[in-house]
Structure formats: C-alpha cells, structure tokens
Design a binder for this molecule. Structure first.
Ligand code: ZN
Length: 223
C-alpha cells in the first residue's frame, strides 16, 4: 500500500508530522487560509447562490487559489490516493459544525456524485470521503446513492463549463425521493468554483415537498 509512509508527512509541506489527527503540520495549519464562514449565516459562499436557489447554510473550510497551499492539499487528496486527507478534514470541520447553531437541523448528508467512470478510475468519490468525516463528527447519516448523474460531462471540472450547458437542472436526479422528501440535506463537494454543480444537485432536491438544502465544501475558489 502506497499509504504506509503517508501518516508521517505533512500533506502541504511534506515535513514530518508530529500529530496524526490532521493531515498537515502546525505551521501549515496556521498558514492555510481559513474562511470561518460557519460563523456567519450570510457569507461569500451563500452569496454565490443569491438569485439562483434558496440555501439554508453554506460554508467552506479554506479559500482556494491556484497554486496556493489549499490547492496543494486538495491535489494530494484527489490525485495521489490519500483518502485520509479528506476524512481527516471532514472530521475536523464536522467537529466545528456539530457545535454551530445554524447546522443543527440537518437530517442527511449527501455527497455530489462522481460519474461512475471517473469514480472507477480514481477508486473513490472524494466528496463522499470528506462527507464520511463530517457524518461521523456531526452524528448525521450520509446517503451515497440517492442522487445520480443523468449525463456525463467530460470537462465538468473546468470552470464555467456547466453554465454553458442548456439543461443544467437535468444533470442530476433523485433516485429515491422518499428518502429525501421533507428533509434538510447537507450537500458536500470538494471545491466550489461557480457553484454550478452544487446548484444542479440542489435543484431536484428542492423540487421535493418540504426539502431544504445546505452546503459544505473543503474549499471555495477565489481568483
Ligand atoms: Zn506543513
């Protein structure tokens, strides 16, 4: 297993790690740009959804800039098979959200689904790994397969691509509406850029009677 050497090194600067509960060293923890969005009901995250969809709460742990420290951290997580980074960040933020008043009324955690081909290639859905950490600390169950993709968008990660598709609202569908109806759903993704993917996930959920949506991501892109 390639992961054997990992727990001893900081995922950002690759110095030896003294502690094991977070993937980065104390110095990198201090330097990573935290948003503290959970402290404010209206913030830069929720603002991105104004005039698009009703959002109960929105938060990201870190700001994300190209070639910045957060980008390094998330790159290690997504492309170097270091799942532990995602689950540890989920546990870290889940611990914070568990005592944040605005996040007390969530019923279910749902990760943004990866296309099956992509998940097979990578071996895991990074949003579900992050979501499982949040789930364990918040004491809220995670449902993985109730939301599914209806079409495959090859360049989906490229900024703005989804916005150009005509039927953004039809990219995802709820496979098991009876599990979601009337529930407050916490949608999970890795990095929020335009928010188009999260919005496309929220739309079919919000069409069910009494359903509400909040969102949490590891990072929010700013440029
Ligand atoms: Zn470090």
């Amino acid at each position: 297993m390639g992961n054997l050497v990992y727990p001893n090194l900081c995922a950002v600067c690759e110095q030896k790690l003294a502690q094991q509960d977070l993937p980065m060293c104390l110095s990198c923890q201090f330097k990573l740009p935290k948003t503290d969005f959970h402290k404010e009901k209206e913030n830069e995250f929720t603002e991105r959804f104004w005039n698009r969809i009703p959002l109960e709460n929105g938060a990201a742990i870190f700001y994300y800039r190209k070639a910045g420290l957060t980008a390094q951290l998330i790159h290690q997580f997504k492309y170097h098979n270091k799942r532990k980074i995602g689950s540890q960040l989920g546990e870290y933020y889940g611990g914070i959200l568990a005592s944040t008043p605005s996040f007390q009324e969530i019923d279910l955690i749902i990760p943004v689904p990866l296309h099956r081909d992509k998940e097979r290639k990578r071996g895991y859905n990074q949003s579900a790994i992050f979501g499982s950490g949040l789930s364990s600390q918040m004491g809220i169950p995670m449902l993985k397969d109730c939301l599914r993709r209806t079409i495959f968008t090859k360049t989906q990660t490229r900024k703005g691509t989804l916005d150009r598709l005509e039927n953004v609202e039809n990219i995802f569908e709820v496979a098991t509406p009876e599990q979601i109806e009337g529930k407050h759903i916490l949608l999970i993704d890795d990095v929020m850029t335009t928010g188009a993917t999260l919005e496309a996930c929220a739309i079919p959920i919000l069409q069910l009677p009494g359903s509400k949506v909040s969102m949490v991501t590891m990072a929010i892109a700013i440029d």
